[in-house]
Ligand binder design. Structure first.
Ligand SMILES: Nc1ncnc2c1ncn2[C@@H]1O[C@H](COP(=O)(O)OP(=O)(O)O)[C@@H](O)[C@H]1O
Ligand SMILES: [Mg+2]
Length: 285
């Protein structure tokens, strides 16, 4: 065996560099497991974005994944859907995003073990206009998230039903975007527009995000729902998630009660479907 004793310092330097690279890769891999940012986005309202954001977060938390649910819709439905008095928040996400010095941690509220929320209210509507005057107008959210990413395994962002600066900020910060698609023929027209817009954004901002489609409000007894599934599968292939979210009034009731479906009716179809979704998302990375 050759002895290393006589090794020249530059050889040792090379070895240290190799070791450093390797350690860096391990760290990067570990980092990758943290702070996976997933935006729930569609230009259309009423397609199940908020119900998906709330219940996906609840099931990820139940799997002991530290999860932050971030409401980026000025309607504040995420907070409402989890029983938060959004009209009387001490601080909302607006305050943190409009004040450069303030950290997102000031605004985070714990909901239950492993689940925190960053609630929004109508104040957030003013942020789009404020952001327009800023040079970091599309990266502001991503920059803010850098300092809290390590605290969570998943950060789920509920986007507003429009492509404005709020949604662009969410997409720029995200690693994955889930587009809920209502299982109706009409929604296919909207889907074309959404995919086009996201494609354009990905190109203009050089975004590296994975886009997935999720069928929602699926009615198993309606031929239309199955036709929509077939068409979407044909057009988008593996971008369509296997999980299907069926129409289930329990989901609607849970939102109105201000709790997730997991607490409200864990044996319902809605709970089954969102459980399935959480498992599928955890398997993706
Ligand atoms: N799978 C479902 N089954 C029954 N009702 C649903 C389902 N998903 C959403 N809803 C209801 O449909 C309405 C719109 O859903 P929501 O998640 O608020 O949509 P968005 O955030 O896209 O506007 C809400 O009243 C919600 O409770
Ligand atoms: Mg919503």
């Amino acid at each position: 065996m050759k002895s290393n004793r006589g090794e020249k310092p530059d050889h040792i330097g090379d070895r240290i560099r190799i070791l450093k690279d390797w350690l860096y890769q391990i760290e990067e891999h570990k980092e990758g497991k943290k702070g996976r940012i997933v935006s729930i986005c569609n230009l259309k309202g009423g397609v199940g974005k908020t119900v998906t954001a709330i219940n996906l977060s609840a099931f990820l938390a139940a799997y002991k994944k530290r999860t932050l649910l971030m409401d980026l819709d000025p309607q504040g439905h995420c907070g409402l859907g989890l029983g938060i008095d959004i009209e009387n928040l001490d601080k909302s996400i607006y305050d943190t995003l409009s004040d450069g010095a303030r950290s997102l941690t000031d605004t985070i509220l714990p909901i239950k073990p492993n689940l925190d929320i960053l609630p929004a209210n109508i104040d957030l509507a003013g942020l789009e206009t404020e952001l327009m005057a800023e040079s970091h107008r599309t990266t502001k959210l991503g920059e803010k998230l850098q300092s809290i990413k390590h605290l969570y395994e998943y950060i789920i962002i509920d986007c507003p039903p429009a492509i404005g600066l709020l949604t662009i900020n969410a997409l720029v910060a995200s690693r994955m975007v889930i587009i809920p698609v209502q299982s109706s023929i009409l929604s296919l027209y909207g889907l074309e527009k959404v995919m086009e817009t996201i494609g354009t954004l990905m190109e203009s901002f050089s975004l590296d995000i994975r886009v997935y489609l999720l069928l929602t409000l699926f009615e198993v007894n309606l031929r239309e729902s199955w036709i929509v599934r077939e068409k979407v599968k044909l057009a988008f292939g593996e971008l369509l998630l296997n999980t299907i979210i069926r129409k289930n009034t329990r989901l609607n009731e849970a939102v109105r009660r201000g709790i997730s479906i997991l607490e409200y009716e864990p044996r319902s179809m809605g709970a089954h479907d969102y459980h399935q979704l959480a498992r599928e998302i955890m398997e993706i990375e």
